[in-house]
Design a protein around this ligand. Sequence first.
Ligand SMILES: Cc1ncc(COP(=O)(O)O)c(C=O)c1O
Length: 381
Amino acid sequence: MKVPYLDLKAQYADLRNELNGAIEQVISNTAFAGGPYVSAFEEEFSAYCQCAYAAGVSSGTNAIHLALLALDIGPGDEVITAANTFIATAEAISHCGATPVFADCDPETYTLDPASAEAVITHRTKAIIPVHLFGQAADMDAFMALGKKYGVYILEDASQAHGAEYKDIRVGSIGVAGCFSLYPGKNLGAYGDAGIVVSNDHGLIERIKLLRDHGSVRKYEHMVVGWNSRMDGIQGAILSVKLRYLDEGNNLRRKNARYYTELLADCPEIHLPKEHPDCKHVYHIYAIRSDRRDELLKYLPEQGIGCGIHYPKPLHLQPAYSHLGKGRGAYPVAEAASSRYLSLPMFPELTEEQIRYVADTVREKIVQGTASSRTTEPVLA
Ligand SMILES: Cc1ncc(COP(=O)(O)O)c(C=O)c1O
């Protein structure tokens, strides 16, 4: 049996007529860059996130970048984020001329650890970016308390968590703003690059709208030096259609995750993802953890199963951030996790048969080699 890591064709097959109709409308109205389809999606997505305003942009990276610029963050400022996130979170900080400062993650949820973040706050810190990694919210009460205590912005990177909740509140609406990637493989994905910022701060969203479109308030009238970071009209129209199915997709992901968890519950040497009681996890990624990760990483594709690692190397160990001078050992939880976690296939249309096959194959490999040598796991409980 073949089980891809992700199957975007399955979703397209279900929504084909609606999506094709939406694309055709944009083309016949020649509303390509920004425009009414983007505005409509902004309205729908901000309402979905229980926020008053939104600005659609050209990627998740640009969503974070423009949000930071709109918060007036620049050279000399520090912004704290997780060592174990996709590099885009840190790049957005660097592109403002600010310095990314990394902190470690929680050993159970893998989201940014508030105590580790607090330990690196300095008088230069302007913002903290908790990442709702894998589809589960970071500890937002703790971060909002840090924001208040130190007078720093809390900007949510919700790129992996569309529709996730923290204490029954949708992510993106808790901090000063929430930034989402709408890259095709995300829980809410465009058919190309796109991103969006949601906020209850009208002025902030207006500044982002200015920055995303060459700083212009009207054609050829430029108030500030801006960027070309508009969302495409076609992406806006596609996203409006797909937003209507987001909750259904998230519920199926949660059902799939429960089934994996049930099937693997007693599998030796496999640590399963945990849903924190305060959170509604939307399982963008179902990441198991094992000392035998590298064996699984080789074996599962041989058996027709797609899998991945998110992420194999924490950001402080990437050549791009070697100038920050943080070597191995600086963020031990993130480092230990990166050498042990493995993402199993996860998308709404996975069948029970596919999930059973993946779980059986994982178990088979683990049981086969249980007698072989184990490394110790000093940091992760
Ligand atoms: C946590 C996180 N932040 C930011 C991004 C960047 O988004 P984009 O690829 O749309 O620029 C991603 C995308 O994978 C992400 O996972």
